[in-house]
Design a protein around this ligand. Structure first.
Ligand SMILES: [Zn+2]
Ligand SMILES: [Zn+2]
Length: 146
C-alpha cells in the first residue's frame, strides 16, 4: 500500500483519494484462535501539507473470525476503525521515504487500536459450564451453581 507523493504533485491537486485491499500479517490478531479475515478494506484521502509531508485520513473495515472466546463456537464479526495521521520526513512518527508513504504500518496500528480483547458470538454468550463443559447457551446443565 504505497502512496506516491510525486503523483499528487504532478496532478496539480492538493489531495487524492485511495482505496486498497490489503493482507495484514496473520499475527495481527491478538485473540487466541481468532484471525483477521483477508483482505482488509482501506480507503481514504491523502492531502499534501508540505513538500515532503502529508496528512492521511481514512477508514478500515475488517472482520475477525474464529472461536467465540466463551463458548468456542465458530463466529465472525465485522469491525470498523479510522485513522488520521500526519506523515513527514521528520524524526517522529510515520515517515515519508523517497516521497512515498507506506500505509501498511498505519493500517496495522489502526486495526490494533480497534482490536477487542475477546471475540464473542453474542454479547450475552453464556459460555461453557466450567464443570461439565456443556454450552450454556443451549440450556442449563444442572451443575450446582457457585
Ligand atoms: Zn459464544
Ligand atoms: Zn455443567
Amino acid at each position: 500500500m504505497i502512496l506516491d507523493l510525486k503523483e499528487v504533485y504532478k496532478s496539480g491537486k492538493e489531495s487524492r483519494d485511495f482505496f486498497f485491499l490489503y493482507e495484514p500479517d496473520e499475527e495481527l490478531s491478538t485473540i487466541p484462535n481468532v484471525s483477521v479475515v483477508l483482505p482488509v478494506k482501506v480507503n481514504g484521502t491523502l492531502t499534501l501539507t508540505g513538500t515532503h509531508s502529508c496528512l492521511v485520513e481514512g477508514e478500515i473495515t475488517f472482520s475477525l473470525k474464529g472461536e467465540c472466546s466463551r463458548c468456542l463456537k465458530e463466529t465472525e464479526k465485522e469491525y470498523f476503525t479510522s485513522f488520521s495521521e500526519e506523515v513527514s520526513d521528520g524524526e517522529n512518527g510515520y515517515k515519508v521515504i523517497n516521497d512515498t508513504v507506506d500505509l501498511g504500518k498505519i493500517a496495522d496500528d489502526a486495526i490494533l487500536t480497534e482490536m477487542p480483547l475477546v471475540l464473542l458470538c453474542d454479547e450475552n454468550c453464556k459460555g461453557l459450564c466450567g464443570t461439565c463443559g456443556k454450552d450454556l447457551n443451549e440450556g442449563d446443565c444442572g451443575c450446582r451453581k457457585q
